[in-house]
Design a binder for this molecule. Structure first.
Ligand SMILES: CC(C)(COP(=O)(O)OP(=O)(O)OC[C@H]1O[C@@H](n2cnc3c(N)ncnc32)[C@H](O)[C@@H]1OP(=O)(O)O)[C@@H](O)C(=O)NCCC(=O)NCCS
Length: 172
């Protein structure tokens, strides 16, 4: 554990964060790196289903997702990453908790993501989320390697839920 800790601000991203999301994805050396345009567009149009973690004014982690058009109670986490020097401090878990808490009032009670079989950190991250929230996590085949036109490993589907519904405000 690093002896030095800094406050972490977790919030919706803005267009100004798009280039840093691209950088974090690039530096992860694990995620598929999308075009810089894709991250800018995501920060503009899907900010409400995404989050950025900021330490000392600098984005150090993000999660980008969307609510499935055909399944409005399900948020799909497309990508999540934390800078190498910030890992192991619970930041990715906090990004997911923030997103689920923000989306619960909209009726989101499930999370889906895809993970390659070799990504132990990611499987551990989502497994920990399921345990923390007392929810089930199920794995299923989704995109096999031969679905991809390039040299890409199979992406397994993980579905977690149901999560507790949002608490009703007192007096409602
Ligand atoms: C996956 C990733 C986002 C995790 O970020 P992080 O901030 O270090 O994760 P957290 O500290 O919140 O850890 C969450 C849980 O995962 C576990 N975990 C995290 N990294 C792990 C690792 N390398 N090996 C095993 N478990 C790990 C933690 O122990 C914790 O579980 P716990 O609550 O039971 O202790 C980060 O490793 C990363 O950016 N990887 C590269 C990008 C990537 O692979 N993204 C996922 C693509 S699907």
């Amino acid at each position: 554990m690093s002896g030095e800790t800094h406050d972490v601000l977790i919030a919706e991203p803005s267009t100004e964060d798009g280039s840093e999301l691209w950088r974090i994805a690039r530096d992860s050396h694990t995620l598929d790196l999308n075009s810089s345009y894709a991250y800018l567009l995501w920060c503009r149009d899907f900010a409400d289903t995404s989050a950025v973690a900021v330490v000392e004014g600098r984005p150090v982690g993000f999660v980008i997702g969307f609510v499935r058009p055909s399944e409005p109670d399900t948020v799909v986490v497309w990508q999540i990453a934390v800078d190498g020097d910030q890992r192991g401090k619970g930041l990715a878990g906090r990004l997911l908790d923030h997103l689920l808490d923000r989306l619960a009032p909209r009726g989101v009670r499930h999370l889906e993501t895809t993970i390659t079989a070799d990504n132990a950190a990611s499987i551990a991250l989502f497994g920990a989320l399921a345990r923390r929230r007392g929810a089930l996590m199920r794995r299923a085949d989704l995109f096999a390697a031969d679905h991809f036109p390039d040299d890409h490993a199979a992406e397994d589907l993980y579905r977690i839920g149901p999560f507790e519904p949002a608490a009703q405000p007192v007096g409602v």
